[in-house]
Design a protein around this ligand. Sequence first.
Ligand code: DGL
Length: 274
Amino acid sequence: MASGVDRPIGMFDSGFGGLTVARAVIDLLPAEDLVYIGDTGRYPYGPKPAAEVCGYARQLAWSLVRDFDVKAIVIACNTAASVAFEQLSAELPVPVVSVIEPGVRALSLTTRNKKVGVIGTVGTIASGAYQRAMLLADPALQLTATACPGFVEFVERGATSGDDVGVLAEALLAPVRDAGVDALLLGCTHYPYLSRVIADVMGPDVVLVSSADETAFALAALLTTMSSRQKPGHVGVHKFLSSGDVQWFADLGRRLLGPELANAQQWSSGGTTK
Ligand code: DGL
């Protein structure tokens, strides 16, 4: 087993969305090794029952622990974090970072009129995780929470602009636009890839907040507290795995994340649950 500092960081998402968080982590912590699993073979998580998503999250997290000896796990998926964060934190032998609290922190620091919005998958919004986290962060926040079914599928197809996604965005974002929010949290890690479309609908007075940077900051703080930061001269090695079509994952992933996604490997769920 590698010493604490040399072990990689583990991350997972239902597919490509968590690459927005991976980008922020690679940029902030370039010395750290990273193992990312995109569960593209079973995406989307958003419409699935909470228990099913929780089961997938456990398989992925335990695989990162057992097969890759990670030193910490980032749940780079709001849907999975909203239903599995407590359980994973309790059962895993490594610390777990969620995207939800960092996103809420960024949102509460951004708003001026205290009217805020969060958009996410059906599963995330129905779980109430954001509603609870906002109340804890600042009870004075007036939250409008809206599900955006269909957004994730556009991203997974690589269709991040165009009329079809624009028409869908007009319809889905109407409640948050009409609520007069001045800050909108992208409560799904796929949504930053649709920022242009979402910004066009919301208008120039609404700040879009992504949890990616705040999550990377939270991870850095955690590693520092644990004395687990990789030695500064080390050049991070990044490994990407997919449970679906690996070639598609590498091709679209490189477009979305950048050149670090040089190649991708197959991940399979067989025998990795506790
Ligand atoms: N990126 C996931 C999230 O943050 C997308 C979930 C899905 O697969 O529907 O919620």
